[in-house]
Design a binder for this molecule. Structure first.
Ligand SMILES: [Zn+2]
Length: 506
């Protein structure tokens, strides 16, 4: 008998925490951060107090009340023994987006993380270049110790502890080596292990398959025990690597239970593909004069490749930030592919370069840095990959006009709409021609309106969700990662909509 409990992420987009249990053993499918829940209480500078470990997160119900968290982040005034504890053989991670991995860093270190080699590398790479807040510090973390009467947990500044990984595919020696490199100055990294899937002890038989999503390394899982279950993670069919998703879907035919994402179940279907994105963006670059800015999510490395081809075709040089360059270099450890050879790196005006940039990056590759003054001289020579957070650099580049191209997801929430007004202010200040969105006035309020064709979603459309379910033809469909689970009920008979905390047993 298998029981499935959705601890989080059943009727919201992101924050998946799905627990499977059989004869007292269990696994988690993702353990992500639920942004929606967090935003009830926190935003920008109003954040939870990491000095109190998981106290704020537990007290505000932002993470499940379970006895599965790292003992060093439990302050003395939290009685974890009153919460149920679970046996966890492993956490199966679908991909390196925060809404899927952002709470894994809180979990006991003994739980190994199963993921694709690319996801493992991205988890480490992303952490290396960020500050790594408690929870998203998955690849390694600073242990804490309690202070005062035990209510305060303080970081041990000298030490980092790596987690143990299990790779769903064969991995190269360079992957293991990359995990053991410490890029935080003056800290000791206690190494973890990385092993192949056959080393995992579990009553479940687990197989991971590559699926296509807006980040490299996404995995769909097939899990067999008393029953066979398929978990899609986040996926799409209309991307360049849509065939990978289709292979997984064919394998998933043997599953009787399907846990499927439904991000776009509440959104209209549009005609889209990475091919069209390439063609539309290429045309935009060909027709524009002056500096070109391309804006897409920094982890969307496939889109970066699209702009790399566009730059080549239009005779411009592509400039990325050092952080993205670091990730591209990290990915080389997985497949040996040199993705950064013809790319330039923006040389930001800052007092010191972080250790990962000054040592690790520059020792490994000879990057061509571009200074703001060089861009000012010949702006027509470049496509700069900047997002809102990088636009302050324009104050140094001082462009006189140019074209900005928004090639990322539309804003679906009022909260994020405000960012576009700010973005618009920055671009207007430099006289940029804006493609991909415009700010309009509606009922006396400013809001962004998006032009389609410059972006293809990372998620399956409604018609592709239907196609997927019809192909797999499971006995039970459990929707997750959606704000419209009832869409599944309207289209299929065998849907089991679970609320957070509910269990289904088969
Ligand atoms: Zn995702």
């Amino acid at each position: 008998m298998t029981s499935i409990t959705i601890y989080d992420g059943s009727n919201t987009i992101g924050g998946n925490k799905i627990y499977l249990e059989e004869s007292g053993e269990g696994i988690f499918l993702d353990f992500g951060m639920n942004f929606k829940k967090y935003e009830h209480y926190f935003k920008d500078f109003l954040t939870w107090r990491t000095s109190r470990g998981i106290y704020d997160l537990i007290s505000l119900n932002l993470i499940p009340k379970l006895n599965i968290y790292r003992p060093d982040i439990i302050p003395s005034d939290l009685n974890m023994a009153s919460f149920p504890s679970l046996n966890v053989n492993a956490i199966l991670l679908s991909h390196a987006h925060l809404d899927h991995f952002g709470n894994i860093g809180l979990l006991k270190k003994e739980f190994p993380i199963v993921a694709s080699p690319t996801t493992i590398i991205l988890l480490k790479g992303i952490l290396d270049i960020s500050r790594g807040k408690l929870g998203s510090d998955v690849a390694y973390f600073s242990p804490r110790f309690t202070k005062r009467d035990g209510r305060i947990v303080k970081t041990d500044k000298n030490k980092l502890i790596s987690r143990n990984f299990i790779s769903v595919d064969n991995f190269s020696e360079s992957v293991a080596e990359f995990l053991s490199i410490c890029v935080k100055r003056n800290k000791q990294l206690e190494k973890g292990t990385i092993q192949n899937l056959d080393k995992l002890t579990s009553c479940f038989e687990i197989k991971g398959y590559d699926v296509d999503h807006s980040i490299f390394g996404a995995t769909g899982y097939l899990i067999s025990g008393d029953t066979t279950l398929a978990y899609t993670g986040d996926f799409r069919l209309h991307g360049k690597k849509g065939e990978m998703s289709k292979t997984f879907i064919n394998k998933a035919k043997e599953a009787s239970i399907l846990i499927i994402e439904g991000t776009r179940a509440a959104r209209e279907d549009i005609n889209e593909s990475e091919e069209t994105v390439y063609e539309n963006c290429l045309e935009a670059v060909e027709e524009s004069k002056g500096l070109m800015i391309a804006d897409f999510t920094s982890r969307n490395l496939e889109r970066l490749e699209t702009f790399q081809s566009i730059a080549k075709k239009t005779g411009r040089n592509l400039i990325i930030t050092a952080k993205e360059a670091y990730l591209l270099n990290a990915l080389k450890k997985v497949d040996g592919m040199d993705r950064a050879s013809d790319i330039f790196v923006y040389d930001e005006l800052k007092t010191t370069k972080p250790y990962w940039e000054s040592r690790v990056l520059s020792e490994e590759i000879d990057f061509n840095y571009v200074d703001s003054l060089d861009i000012s001289k010949t702006p027509d020579n470049y496509i700069v990959c900047f997002s809102l957070f990088d636009l302050k650099n324009l104050l140094d580049v001082k462009p006189v006009g140019g074209t900005y191209l928004y090639s990322s997801s539309e804003a679906f929430e009022e909260e994020s709409e405000f960012d576009f007004i700010r973005l618009n202010n920055w671009l207007s200040n430099f006289g940029f021609n804006i493609l991909g969105f415009e700010v309009i006035e509606e009922d006396g309020k400013l809001k962004p309106q998006f032009t389609r064709g410059y972006h293809a979603s990372g998620h399956a459309s409604k018609s592709d969700l239907i196609k997927t379910i019809e192909t797999i033809d499971p006995d039970i469909i459990i929707p997750v990662h959606t704000d419209n689970p009832s869409w599944f009920n309207e289209n299929f008979d065998n849907v089991m909509v679970l609320k957070d905390g509910e269990t289904f047993t088969k």
